[in-house]
Design a protein around this ligand. Structure first.
Ligand SMILES: Nc1ncnc2c1ncn2[C@@H]1O[C@H](COP(=O)(O)OP(=O)(O)OP(=O)(O)O)[C@@H](O)[C@H]1O
Ligand SMILES: [Mg+2]
Length: 276
């Protein structure tokens, strides 16, 4: 590993650290993208576990899975998730409504908002249709959490669900930009999980994030093959090639010295490198 490793944060997966020229640059937000079942959540839990091992505070913001299910899913790894704080922010979660009052969310929305009355009406009708979870309310919740505990590692799983729950629109994009800015100002290293982005639209998180780690699950000759690629990493060199990944009972493992098979590589070559 290069001297860079001294200023880097280990992801908890040696091969991915190597692909990142030593690890993540601390205090910045990163995107973990990939199709379903590609290993995103497993990797993110490994990232938090690594922090716990080093005596850091770690927070998992769960939108997709109830905490009990997440604990159950990673139990096979023998991981002690007890030390990771899991914040269930799904609107259906009982604890959620107590964390941020609607008054605070409304106040936050009013500040700096240049929306017209029509947009307000749209937001209101959306709020009635779907419960009140948005990038803004999540930012407020995280602000409260970070005031209480100095977390150095945070995972948000997933932004795709957050977007679905809060509705599409310019408001959402502004909220996501603000959330990313807040996270880097708070100096926490954050992994933000998303499904594979629509290649025809450039999502704000893709160009604002400081790096994108992409997980791939492919069918090759009737077998599931996995690999991981670093699509971008601001301020650092990174491995330009996808590397093979396996999920075993110890979690995600990547061999950064091994090349993916020719068939897989051909699939990559056929895809434009949108976000590199
Ligand atoms: N013990 C195990 N050995 C091998 N593979 C496993 C094991 N446990 C889980 N897996 C694989 O890991 C996958 C789950 O990975 P994970 O939940 O991290 O994916 P994900 O990208 O977060 O998916 P989603 O988008 O659905 O949330 C499972 O679909 C399964 O194929
Ligand atoms: Mg997941």
């Amino acid at each position: 590993m290069s001297d860079n490793a001294l200023h880097r944060m280990s992801t908890g997966v040696e091969g991915i650290d190597k692909m990142l020229d030593g690890g993540l640059i601390p205090g910045r937000p990163y995107i973990v993208a990939g199709s379903y079942g590609s290993g995103k959540t497993t990797f993110c839990v490994q990232f938090l576990q690594q922090g716990v091992r080093q005596g850091e505070r770690a927070l998992f913001v769960s939108i997709d899975e109830p905490p009990a299910e997440l604990r159950e899913n990673v139990r096979f790894l023998g991981w002690d998730v007890g030390k990771i704080r899991i914040l269930d922010v799904h609107p259906a979660a009982k604890a959620y409504s107590r964390r941020v009052s609607l008054v605070e969310v409304a106040a936050q929305r009013a500040v700096g908002s240049l929306r017209d009355a029509r947009a307000d009406a749209k937001t209101e009708s959306m709020k009635q249709m779907s419960p009140d979870l948005s990038p803004q309310s999540l930012q407020l919740m995280l602000k409260q959490e970070l005031q209480e505990v100095k977390y150095s590692r945070v995972v948000i799983d997933s932004l795709t669900s957050l977007k679905r729950l809060s509705g599409e629109g310019d408001d959402n994009d502004t909220g996501i930009m603000s959330l990313l800015r807040f996270l880097s100002e708070a100096n926490v290293t954050t992994l933000i999980v998303t499904d594979l982005p629509d290649p025809t639209t450039l999502e704000p998180e893709m160009f604002l994030s400081r790096g994108i780690i992409k997980f791939h699950r492919l069918m090759v000759a009737m077998k599931t093959e996995r690999c991981v690629s670093v699509e971008k990493f601001r301020g650092s060199a990174h491995d330009p090639l996808p590397r093979p990944l396996v999920i075993t009972k110890s979690g995600v493992a990547v061999d950064a010295d091994k090349k993916v098979g020719k068939t897989i590589l051909r699939m990559f070559q056929a895809v434009p490198l949108d976000f590199s």
